[in-house]
Design a protein around this ligand. Structure first.
Ligand SMILES: [Zn+2]
Ligand SMILES: [Zn+2]
Length: 305
C-alpha cells in the first residue's frame, strides 16, 4: 500500500433502473456531494451506464459499471445476489434449484465477463452459509458489512456474522477479500434505521492515479480497506511489521484487534498508530478497527506466503 492516493467508493447502489427511489443521475450526484471518489451503480439484473458527457464537471464520482446479479430461488424466498464490479454486459441471474449451485453459477458468469464478483449479504433471509462461501470458486470478495436494514449484517440468534463467515472461509484456505457497502435504495425522503439509505459502508482504495483501471487493479489486489466511518491515514507492511495510522475525527479513539486463523484474537492495540508483528506460520492476519464513535473498519487479510 502507501501509493499516492486513497479513493473512497461504494460498490452497491440501486436506482430507479431497479428498485431504488431516485434516478441514476440523482444517486451519482448524491455520492459526489458526500465525498465519494467512485461509485458502482449496481441495479438488480440491469447494467446502468450513465453518459459521463451529460455530467457537469465534477458532478458525479468516477462511475464503474456494475450489476447485482439477483437470483431468488425456492419460490423466491432465498436471495442469491452476486455483485459484478466492472461489468459492462448484462449477466442474467441463474436458477440452479439450489443455493450453492446458483451462487457458483452467478459468480462464474460475472468472472467470465472479466468483472470482480462479490458475494452479497449472506444473511439476507439467512440464505447463504459459511460452507457455501467455502464451496464457491472465483469470488473476489464477501460483503462483511452491508448497510441495508434487512440484511442482518451482524448475525446473531445463532447465526454467524459475515465477518465470522469470512474467518471461517479464510481458515479453510479461501482467498477472499472483505468489502463494506451501502446497498442503498432510499435517497429522497426519510433517513432512518428502517430504510436503506446511502452513506453507511464503503471501501477506500490505494491507487497511483484516479482511473477505472487503477481502481479495478487496486480492488483486485486487495489494496483497500472497508469502513463504516473509520478513516485510515495509511496502512503498510514495513519489513515484517504491519503499521496502521488513523485520521481521528475530533476526540475519536481506536481499538484495533488483529485476528488470525479461525478469527483468533492475536493482539489488541490502542492508539492513533498501531504496529503488529504477525507470528511466524499464521495462515493469515487481518485487522478489525473499532472507533469510540461506533464505526468500524476492516483491513484485508495478509497471507503468510
Ligand atoms: Zn442484494
Ligand atoms: Zn442490493
Amino acid at each position: 500500500m502507501s501509493k499516492s492516493r486513497w479513493l473512497k467508493g461504494n460498490l452497491h447502489t440501486h436506482t430507479t433502473a431497479s428498485d431504488g427511489d431516485a434516478s441514476p443521475e440523482y444517486v451519482a450526484a448524491w455520492y459526489r456531494e458526500h465525498g465519494y471518489d467512485f461509485l458502482v451503480l449496481s441495479d438488480h439484473n440491469h447494467v446502468t451506464i450513465l453518459d459521463e458527457a451529460d455530467s457537469k464537471p465534477g458532478e458525479w464520482p468516477l462511475l464503474i459499471p456494475g450489476e447485482e446479479v439477483s437470483s431468488r430461488i425456492f419460490d423466491r424466498t432465498k436471495p442469491v445476489h452476486v455483485g459484478g464490479i466492472g461489468l459492462r454486459t448484462l449477466v442474467e441471474p441463474a436458477d440452479e434449484g439450489d443455493i450453492r449451485k446458483t451462487l457458483q453459477e452467478n459468480v462464474r458468469r460475472v468472472v467470465a465477463e472479466g468483472a470482480l464478483a462479490s458475494i452479497n449479504h449472506p444473511n439476507h433471509a439467512w440464505a447463504i452459509t459459511a460452507e457455501d462461501i467455502v464451496a464457491t470458486e472465483g469470488a473476489w470478495a464477501l460483503e462483511v458489512f452491508n448497510g441495508h436494514p434487512d440484511i442482518n449484517t451482524f448475525g446473531g440468534g445463532g447465526h454467524p456474522s459475515p465477518e465470522e463467515m469470512w474467518d471461517f472461509a479464510l481458515s479453510r484456505g479461501k482467498r477472499i477479500l472483505g468489502v463494506a457497502t451501502d446497498d442503498s435504495h432510499h435517497y429522497v425522503d426519510e433517513f432512518s434505521p428502517q430504510l436503506g439509505n446511502p452513506g453507511r459502508g464503503w471501501i477506500v482504495v490505494n491507487v497511483e492515479k484516479e482511473s477505472e483501471e487503477a481502481l479495478m487493479e487496486g480492488m483486485r489486489q486487495g489494496d483497500f480497506y472497508a469502513s463504516t466511518g473509520v478513516n485510515i491515514h495509511d496502512m503498510k507492511v514495513a519489513r515484517d511489521e504491519i503499521v496502521i495510522e488513523f485520521d481521528p475525527y475530533r476526540a475519536e479513539l481506536f481499538t484495533t484487534v488483529f485476528r488470525g486463523k479461525h478469527g483468533r484474537e492475536l493482539a489488541t492495540e490502542e492508539g492513533q498508530e498501531v504496529r503488529f508483528v504477525p507470528p511466524a506460520g499464521e495462515l493469515y492476519v487481518r485487522a478489525t478497527v473499532y472507533s469510540s464513535r461506533g464505526p468500524m473498519a476492516w483491513s484485508q487479510p495478509l497471507f503468510s506466503d
